[in-house]
Ligand binder design. Structure first.
Ligand SMILES: [Zn+2]
Length: 291
């Protein structure tokens, strides 16, 4: 399918998504763009061509990553380098789709160091909590997305891992729609929810955000680009009830996300951009509870 995609086609679909994000109040975005010999740089070019046109409403940074494997797909690394040279600020990965998962993680860290960029890697989705890749990840300017396998562990084990992530400075982005859609496929009843408890991670010192992984594609055929809706879904699935924890969910769309992206000009302070998003709610927890 990717082989048949053109720059114009990617651009048109990305533009529709971007407009929906802006309508729902998104002002900063890190977008993950696949590069590999199948799509070449066409996805990158389609997305990059929108950045300037929408600068009035949103700041977008591109994370280039190999969706189809890196060590087992010749030509992919050259395209990652091309993306970094053309201005991608972040490098990602999807080791689950690589024949050498550890090898991909090692190479991503080497490239990040070489180009002095952040890392934002898709990690640990699967039917069991065995051999989790998170133990191969070193700290620094690192975000790991999904971490769905954390939902398969008892809270004590999650807490121990959380303290390790907090100590090494690894942030976690939980992606409720995709993880709900992809996890538990090996079962036909009592299906696991598969969504990591971001509140628990935050309470142990990890910085977390809630976000969308895919919007209207085969891995997540849902989505209207509302992050508040994603947080409401997350809160429902994780049975979040206390107002303070619902408020934390709101922070995971706002100040915690900003910290995760290393934004230095976010929030209400002298000298910061006066971007304002108005939400029809009395409190952050009401916004999450009532959408
Ligand atoms: Zn992902």
């Amino acid at each position: 399918l990717k082989k048949s995609m053109s720059v114009e086609d990617v651009r048109a679909r990305a533009e529709r998504t971007l407009q929906a994000c802006i309508k729902h109040g998104t002002t900063r975005m890190r977008t993950q763009v696949e590069v590999d010999p199948g799509i070449g740089m066409r996805g990158f070019e389609g997305v990059a061509s929108l950045i300037d046109n929408y600068k009035w409403a949103i700041d977008i940074e591109i994370c280039v990553f190999p969706q189809e494997g890196l060590t087992n797909y010749p030509g992919t690394e050259e395209l990652l380098l091309e993306g970094l040279k053309r201005g991608a600020k972040v490098i990602g990965g999807a080791p689950r789709y690589d024949s050498d998962e550890a090898g991909q993680i090692k190479r991503i860290f080497e490239l990040a160091r070489e180009f002095d960029v952040d890392i934002d890697i898709h990690l640990d989705v699967g039917p069991t909590a065995d051999a989790m890749n998170i133990y191969l990840v070193r700290g620094g300017r690192v975000v790991v997305g999904h971490m769905a396998k954390l939902s398969l562990l008892p809270p004590g084990e999650v807490a121990a891992l959380a303290r390790r992530l907090a100590d090494t400075g690894v942030a976690v982005t939980v992606l409720p729609t995709t993880d709900l859609f992809l996890m538990g496929r090996e079962r036909d009843h009592s299906v696991v929810r598969g969504v990591a408890d971001a509140n628990l991670l935050c309470e142990h010192g990890v910085n977390c955000s809630l976000s969308s992984n895919n919007i209207l594609n085969p891995a997540t055929p849902y989505g209207d680009c509302s992050l508040i809706r994603a947080a409401n879904l997350y809160a429902n699935v994780l049975q979040v009830d206390r107002p303070a924890r619902l408020r934390d969910c709101f922070d995971m769309l706002t100040q915690r996300s900003a910290r995760l992206l290393n934004l230095r000009d976010y929030g209400l302070a002298l000298g910061h951009p006066a971007d304002i998003v108005i939400i029809d709610a009395q409190t952050p927890e009401q916004a999450i509870a009532e959408i």
